[in-house]
Design a protein around this ligand. Sequence first.
Ligand SMILES: CC(C)(COP(=O)(O)OP(=O)(O)OC[C@H]1O[C@@H](n2cnc3c(N)ncnc32)[C@H](O)[C@@H]1OP(=O)(O)O)[C@@H](O)C(=O)NCCC(=O)NCCS
Length: 226
Amino acid sequence: MSEPLLNANVDLTGGVPGVDGALDPGPQAPKHHLTRDKHGNLRMQDISLARKIRNRIGILLFNNLITFVPSHSVRQNFLRLFGATIGEDTSILRGTTILDIEGLTIGNCCSIGFRCMFDARGGITIGDNVVIASDTHFIGGFHDHNDPEFPPILQPTVVDDYVWIASRATIMSGLHIGRGAVVAGCSMVRKDVGALDVVGGVPAKKLSTRDPNALQYKPKYRPLFY
Ligand SMILES: CC(C)(COP(=O)(O)OP(=O)(O)OC[C@H]1O[C@@H](n2cnc3c(N)ncnc32)[C@H](O)[C@@H]1OP(=O)(O)O)[C@@H](O)C(=O)NCCC(=O)NCCS
């Protein structure tokens, strides 16, 4: 098996702040790795049938129905019921799609726009005071396209406090976006982004550095019926 497959043995992120305030993948999260089923096919997640059923029901109900209900409480309590961790004063606007709800951790006072896509099968951990504008996509993994079995590889992504991701950005899997970083609109992020870095373009490159004194706001955004 080629080298990237080793990355498939990842711990899902649990949103635990590290010593420097950055979020680290947490030990309490479930493990995802490749296994083979009885037919010899590769399977992405070695989890119990009960959990698979819960995940599937949660995904189908949320993405087809609940995500369009114009109530922050209904949407977020549903996500919590199906295993997501979501802090206080956070909003996730309508039309957002989530794959593997239990892999999603979002901190306090975050604002997430309309029609975002979070593929959290490898784990997505978002800190506090993060703004993610509409139509942003988080990719959950990739396939080893040089392997004859085309194996899927899931990777966790971590977004630290005070990050702003502008509209229509795409964040590839397995990345760490550092505290206070900015991702410009329509960017494709392929590599880790350093704290306070402003990046943009396809692929995203560093454009400037953000003023650290700016990181004091509370981007709560919960208009009624949004
Ligand atoms: C990130 C953003 C705020 C940058 O603003 P800024 O710091 O004032 O940057 P500037 O407009 O001065 O541009 C600086 C450089 O970055 C480049 N740049 C800016 N935005 C870019 C983008 N989205 N993609 C690629 N390059 C970009 C500019 O071309 C410029 O390059 P140059 O110096 O070679 O000409 C802005 O470009 C952006 O992405 N806005 C999106 C807003 C949005 O999505 N709002 C939703 C509400 S949350």
